[in-house]
Design a protein around this ligand. Structure first.
Ligand SMILES: Cc1cc2nc3c(=O)[nH]c(=O)nc-3n(C[C@H](O)[C@H](O)[C@H](O)COP(=O)(O)O)c2cc1C
Length: 375
């Protein structure tokens, strides 16, 4: 297709193409990015959560990655309003979410989460559990605020991820996403700033990736061979936007190769602005490098659809914002395979339907008020 075609019809055409992840056919290229909403009292996703996800699937989102949901380990989280991925009532709630998404024609994966040293206060049911991490160090460098994990702790957490993945397959989800991004537990191992271990889990990038690779391998072993396993990671941390796991493509490869070998089917490379080049000398973004280095299907993310950026380029923070044609060009060049959309989909449940039908004039600008309700 020629780039002289109007952006709206070109977007509709390119984003409507199905894509396959380990045999799972996702009906189009639009994913919903995982977003913590804290609307699940007692960790149970209720009817409002069911319709929140169901609505977006019915309006064309091809793959929903749920908000981060705690695996079954006492230190995995801290809020009792974040949904848990263990326990009878919690999983029954999740089964209804998966059913609603399938009824809408979408596919869905839970994002499996352990917050590690981010844990500060405890709420029931695990009010007294300690924060745990590779070295008991918080992302901001605070030492002594938690426990450096023993081999027993590592094994327990690896088991909790595997159990959650097994539950996901059992109750009808289409795959799982392992949350290895943004400064939470798995990322605390990947990042040298929080991982000062001198055993096999610390040191060079390969050693720092060992815990993540063991989680992937345990999940892979527990679920069916055709059940997709996605791994999300980022350079940036929630409490350190400038932090980086890898300064060079070689360092990145050292981290990603063991994960791919352990059984990751697709990577979700989390960036805050998808158009920024990751390393000098190439236009490839983090997702582009991830695909180039691993050969795996890859999801990109970061400010797609916000404030009209999807429609027109303008000067933004850090680098000029590129418009929709740039995103579509990258998809056509196979730099990555899917585009995850976060805040624009909170604002407008119909966002995917509008984009897939070329109805750009109906898109609504993002307003932070959307964060306060589950509409
Ligand atoms: C309210 C909110 C909650 C989020 N929660 C999560 C989460 O649970 N897990 C995760 O990996 N990322 C989380 N993120 C990051 C998003 O998945 C996404 O990467 C980010 O918002 C950038 O995409 P966007 O610019 O399209 O919003 C969250 C973002 C927002 C706005």
């Amino acid at each position: 297709m020629s780039v002289t075609q109007p952006a709206s019809s070109r977007a509709a055409e390119i984003l409507s193409r199905p894509v396959s992840i380990n045999g799972l056919t996702v009906p189009n290229r639009i994913a919903m990015a995982p977003m913590t909403r804290m609307f699940s009292p007692d960790g149970i996703p209720g009817e409002d959560v069911v319709s929140y996800y169901g609505r977006r699937a019915a309006a064309g989102v091809g793959l929903i990655v749920t908000e981060g949901t705690y695996v079954g380990h006492e230190s995995a989280g801290q809020s009792d309003r974040v949904p848990r991925f263990h326990g009878e009532e919690q999983l029954a709630g999740w089964a209804k979410v998966a059913e609603a998404v399938h009824a809408g024609g979408g596919t869905i994966m839970p994002q499996l989460w352990h917050i590690g040293m981010v844990r500060k206060q405890g709420e029931p049911p695990f009010a007294d559990a300690p924060a745990v991490g590779p070295s008991g160090i918080r992302v901001d460098g605070t030492e002594g605020a938690g426990k450096a994990m023993t081999q027993r702790d590592l094994d327990d957490v690896i088991g909790a991820f595997a159990e959650a993945a097994a539950a996901a397959e059992r109750i009808g989800f289409d795959g799982v996403e392992i949350h290895g991004a943004h400064g939470y537990l798995i990322d605390q191992f990947l990042w040298a700033g929080t991982n000062r271990r001198t055993d096999a889990y610390g040191g060079d990038p390969v050693a720092r990736a060992k815990f993540a690779a063991e989680i992937v391998a345990a999940v892979r072993e527990t679920v069916s061979a055709e059940f997709p396993v996605v791994f999300r990671y980022s350079q940036w941390k929630q409490e350190a936007y400038e932090a980086r796991l890898a300064e060079t493509p070689e360092e990145l490869e050292a981290i990603l190769a063991p994960l791919a070998a352990a059984g990751v089917d697709a990577f979700h490379a989390s960036t805050r602005r998808y158009w920024l080049p990751e390393f000098d000398g190439s236009d490839l973004n983090l997702a582009g490098w991830t695909k180039k280095l691993t050969g795996k299907p890859t999801i990109t993310v970061g400010s797609v659809g916000l404030d009209g950026e999807f429609l027109r380029g303008f000067a933004g923070e850090g680098a000029p914002v590129k418009g929709i044609d740039d995103l579509l060009d990258r998809l056509e060049r196979d730099e990555f395979d899917m585009v995850a959309v976060g805040r624009a989909l909170l604002q407008d449940p119909e966002w995917a339907a509008k984009v897939l039908a070329g109805r750009f004039d109906e898109l609504k600008p993002f307003d932070a008020a959307a964060l306060r309700s589950l509409s």
